[in-house]
Design a protein around this ligand. Sequence first.
Ligand code: ADP
Ligand code: MG
Length: 229
Amino acid sequence: MLEVINLSKIFYIKINGSKEVVGCQDINFKVNKGEFLSILGPSGVGKSTILKCIYRTYIPTSGDIYYESLLFGKLNIAKISDRTMIALREKEIGYVSQFLRVIPRVTAIDLVIEPIMKKNGISYKEARDIAEELLFKLKIPKYLFDAYPSTFSGGEQQKVNIARGVIWKPRVLLLDEPTASLDIESTKIVIDLLMTLKEEGTTIVAIFHDEKLASLVSDKILRISGRSI
Ligand code: ADP
Ligand code: MG
């Protein structure tokens, strides 16, 4: 389903002249359909950079990201056009960032509704029912549904972020430390949601901080070791 070969991302930054920063280097892994792969490793080692290359927030410096798309057949995400990537983001590949990107004047429920409407073209009413059910499951109080997430706690924001990621049941879901700001009970709810998605066939790549949690949920673990500087 997804195969990453020799993926590297180097950032060229300009502070007092120019400097190269290694984002990630020589990353290799393969995930089959419906598998759950976790990425573990110390901070700064390039975990987020890997997910951002797969989601094409970053263009890799070198390496290949092969993906067997439903819409387009086998693709190399490192080489496809922006238009193809936009279609994949709407129809096949989801990404849950580490922190919710709040959009001014968009309510929590509307943030959650947006991706499912884009994918399925269902009515607002239908989408809203699905979104409400999901937010109930995540124990977001009802009075917050139509409020703006900029005022939410870190945990509430992260739940909205996760709801937005899972509502449309993407074929591939990328998650960056999805449970980092959640308590034990919420973590359990989120893990159950992810397990349900996986049973329905979603392929998952997730970064975790918690080694125990990762080994509990994953089929495979990719460990990235620290670099010597
Ligand atoms: P991790 O998620 O494992 O903590 P990251 O992937 O966020 O690590 O970062 C890996 C390295 O790449 C770090 O040294 C970070 O500073 C650098 N980096 C990440 N994104 C950028 C960027 N947009 N510009 C410059 N450097 C970056
Ligand atoms: Mg990170």
